[in-house]
Design a protein around this ligand. Structure first.
Ligand SMILES: Cc1cc2nc3c(=O)[nH]c(=O)nc-3n(C[C@H](O)[C@H](O)[C@H](O)COP(=O)(O)OP(=O)(O)OC[C@H]3O[C@@H](n4cnc5c(N)ncnc54)[C@H](O)[C@@H]3O)c2cc1C
Length: 444
């Protein structure tokens, strides 16, 4: 890499999954001057599980950080989709050959483990500097050099000039807000009408009960579904924790005037939401300590007209927030970072026009794919949450056919559908980016 290119000042807003992985991808590509501004005082990740799909694992392996994350993860070999009320199994899909097909397993892990793995990877590079307790407030200029304002939690705002700015500042992205205002376009907020409780149970609270012990000892993901609601659950952290993530109608946030995303929930309300679910589920929800119920608003934006303006690009949830039903949000943020590492790493010079071209190629490789997965996640949620009517009958016929065929065939729960998995897990975004850069850079 040319010395001038190497020394480009790249600033990143947000040290979440997209920000950490972008910093790492760029340091590995050879960049020497990377600053990450994070609003929070530390990585402060919510204690919850995350699915680690093969497309995510492949990138982390190339980044040199997969091994410790895999060691703490559970390799998923099967999934069971069950009726929430009766616990009857609607479908059982075996996934024994994911590693053989895609080169990496499908794991489940702790978000902390994923974030720490990425952070430890970043710390090996002097090129990356973290500035915590400092959030980006607005972007003042987009090109030739981005200028933006940051505000330390305990200090006065100041402005920074960079060569490239990446807005990996999540669903509430200030970078996106500034970009859309500058472009004079509206990002339509899609009220999904859904909210989620994220729950982690300790092994010691489950192991006295054979039914619950079987769940935490399994290598499986279980989804209990009902009208407008479901629960997905799996073991994490070397099976010391059982993770549950629910989805239910958003009653608490719907009326919220502000852009609130998490709130302390009430255990009583949570139990009420799932009161008609089976005793096994009830037992687990009852284990949640009083005062530790946390509810998340699930909100997304309609596809943005662009992710790039001048030398600024959006990354991760800031440009493709998704419902969690496909378990691909973090994976897609990490795919963004891998592509950025490729296209910026191939910059022939430091001209703002070249930077913009590279970012345009990033968008061309990533936007359609990420938005397609956001749409599949939403459609899968709709199918899972059907209550009655012809569409539900059709879905249940598909479940019955799947069961009769020994778990082989189309799966209404799209994350477990082998054809969808082929599209998602088989995609190598790094290779796509290399080809796209070669084909497009000189033509733009
Ligand atoms: C219930 C639920 C379950 C999920 N399950 C999965 C799963 O199984 N698999 C999966 O791949 N994904 C899953 N996801 C999605 C995944 O968590 C997100 O898509 C992913 O974290 C997005 O990464 P990000 O870096 O874009 O945003 P985030 O991880 O949210 O990071 C954004 C960061 O920016 C910081 N920040 C915010 N504003 C500013 C600012 N102005 N200046 C500086 N910093 C700022 C924040 O503090 C944060 O650290 C799930 C999401 C939910 C809600």
């Amino acid at each position: 890499m040319d010395d001038q290119v190497k020394n480009l000042k790249i600033c990143i807003a947000g040290a979440g999954m997209g920000g950490l992985s972008s910093a790492l991808a760029l340091a590995r590509a050879g960049f020497q001057n990377i600053e990450v501004y994070e609003l929070a005082s530390d990585l402060g990740f919510v204690g919850a599980g995350i699915q680690l799909a093969p497309n995510l694992a492949r990138i982390l392996d190339r980044f040199g950080v997969w091994d410790p994350i895999e060691q703490e993860s559970t390799g998923i070999k099967e999934t069971s989709i069950r009726d929430g009320a009766t616990d009857n199994e609607l479908a059982h899909v075996m996934m024994p050959d994911i590693r053989q097909i895609y080169g990496f397993p499908h794991g489940t892990g702790h978000r902390y483990s994923l974030a720490t793995g990425l952070y430890e990877g970043c710390k090996k590079y002097n090129a990356i500097k973290f500035i915590f307790r400092t959030g980006i407030s607005s972007v003042e200029s987009w090109s030739p050099k981005p200028v933006f304002t940051v505000t330390p939690r305990d200090g006065e705002p100041y402005t920074i000039e960079a060569d490239i700015l990446l807005g990996a500042d999540g669903i509430k992205s200030a970078t996106r807000t500034s970009m859309l205002a500058h472009l004079k376009v509206d990002a339509e907020i899609v009220e999904t009408g859904q909210a989620a409780y994220r729950i982690v149970l300790d092994r010691k609270d489950m192991e006295h009960d054979p039914e619950l012990l079987e769940l935490i000892n399994s290598d499986g993901v279980t989804r209990w579904i009902g009208e407008k609601r479901h629960i997905i659950a799996y073991p994490i952290q070397s099976k010391t924790i059982y993770n549950l993530s629910t989805v239910q109608p958003d009653n608490n946030f719907a009326e919220a005037p502000s852009i609130t995303y998490t709130t302390k929930g009430s255990k009583e309300v949570m139990l009420k939401v799932f009161e008609d679910f089976c005793p096994k589920v009830q037992k687990m929800l009852n284990l949640v300590p009083e005062g530790e119920v946390c509810e998340w608003r699930l909100r997304v934006y309609a596809p943005l007209p662009t992710w790039v303006c001048g030398s600024v690009a959006l990354v991760g949830d800031s440009c493709h927030a998704t419902l969690p039903h496909l378990n691909q949000g973090a994976a897609q943020a990490i795919e963004d970072s891998a592509v950025l590492g490729v296209v910026l790493g191939r910059l022939p010079d430091v001209r703002p026009e070249s930077i913009n071209k590279a970012l345009q190629i990033y968008e061309s490789v990533r936007k359609e794919r990420a938005e397609t997965l956001v749409a599949i996640a939403a459609a899968s949620g709709r199918a899972l949450h059907l209550g009655s009517g012809a569409a539900k009958e059709e879905r249940d016929k598909q479940f019955a056919a799947l069961k009769a065929a020994g778990g082989k065939g189309p799966v209404p729960d799209k994350w477990a559908d082998p054809e969808v998995q082929k599209e998602i897990y088989g995609h190598d975004c790094t290779k796509e980016a290399e080809t796209a850069f070669q084909e497009q850079f000189n033509k733009l």
